[in-house]
Design a protein around this ligand. Structure first.
Ligand SMILES: Cc1cc2nc3c(=O)[nH]c(=O)nc-3n(C[C@H](O)[C@H](O)[C@H](O)COP(=O)(O)OP(=O)(O)OC[C@H]3O[C@@H](n4cnc5c(N)ncnc54)[C@H](O)[C@@H]3O)c2cc1C
Length: 281
């Protein structure tokens, strides 16, 4: 029984998009060669959990699903102040789409037992779908607050503000809940020396390391193998291509009013001859 809130923070390891290492000539990522990092959006989720623990007590458990190198993000999360980390790693998870990923992560959250709040990032910098969090909430059958910017817990109820088109929406719910944290929320604080020191000491203390970092597989979490990986992924990637390649063309639609410009655009999309100006970059 945790005093305070038992929180799970989902963190994905993604290729470092600021580096060209690991990008194939066709624009696809060679994950084995790419530099790796914590998905930047997930740092906001971790910070929300750290703030919640500071205010109300509790425990922060980080879960990452990925191949063995994803252990790096768990270690880093511990350095930032997480209490424990679970790496969900299993060859049968390879090629999972968001449906399969959400199923596996949902099973991992259930495996942790009695989680009060699940925090996820808004989206990732590689898959970029923003679907995983909401799908997990559906499977857990808990309230979900997406695009959460600020939150506080008052009398056991979560009060949150979330970003919506043109404004802020205020919501209130009881735990358990899943919250996807916006990247306009507070940024992750620097690592504290004491946490980094404790993580370094784990290499000398096997028992403590096993308590704080574990690798689990599909059998541990009771996941059905046919619901993950290629078998459990109905998504089909039809084609991939590089965005923003030099040499692309740009059409400007100039009309006397916005509705006229939209008509010109629709005509062009239908293949009509609009006579608009065309610029070649
Ligand atoms: C047909 C197909 C095949 C694919 N094959 C592969 C493959 O072989 N290898 C591969 O690496 N990817 C593969 N992917 C990508 C895979 O779908 C995504 O990695 C995964 O579903 C998460 O989606 P996302 O990155 O869009 O996350 P989002 O939905 O954008 O992420 C939202 C949040 O969910 C959490 N989250 C998401 N993924 C994880 C994770 N793995 N661990 C912990 N937290 C997480 C994070 O908090 C994140 O901020 C494939 C996708 C498709 C469609």
């Amino acid at each position: 029984m945790v005093n305070g809130y038992k929180m799970a923070v989902l963190i994905k390891q993604v290729p470092d998009t600021s580096s060209a290492a690991g990008v194939n000539p066709d624009g696809t990522v060679d994950r084995a060669r790419a530099k790796r990092m914590i998905n930047p959006f997930d740092k906001y989720a971790l910070q929300k959990a750290i703030e919640t623990r500071a205010a109300h007590g509790g425990e922060i458990i980080v879960i990452s699903m990925g191949p063995p190198p994803a252990m790096e993000v768990l270690v880093e999360a511990l350095e930032y102040g997480a209490d424990a980390g679970y790496l969900l790693s299993d060859r049968r998870l390879a090629a999972s789409d968001t449906l399969a990923t959400a199923y596996a992560l949902y099973k991992a959250v259930v495996y942790l037992k009695d989680v009060d709040i699940v925090f996820t990032g808004l989206q990732t910098t590689d898959g970029d779908t923003a679907q995983t969090g909401p799908q997990i909430a559906e499977r857990l059958d808990v309230a979900q607050i997406t695009y959460c910017e600020t939150m506080e817990i008052v009398d056991g109820r979560i009060h949150a503000s979330r970003i919506i088109d043109g404004g802020i929406q205020k919501l209130e719910t009881a735990a358990p809940a899943l919250i996807t944290v916006a990247n306009s929320a507070s940024a992750l604080e620097h690592k504290k020396f004491a946490n980094v020191h404790k993580v370094k000491a784990l290499s000398r203390d096997k028992a403590e390391k096993e308590k704080r970092i574990k690798t689990i597989n599909l059998d541990d979490i009771g996941a059905e193998p046919e619901r993950v990986g290629l078998l459990g992924s109905p998504t089909v990637v039809g084609k991939t291509w590089k965005l923003g390649e030099k040499g692309g063309s740009c059409q400007l639609f100039k009309g006397d009013k916005p509705s006229h410009e939209v008509e010109l655009l629709v005509d062009a999309l239908k293949g009509g001859d609009t006579g608009v100006e065309e610029y070649v970059a």
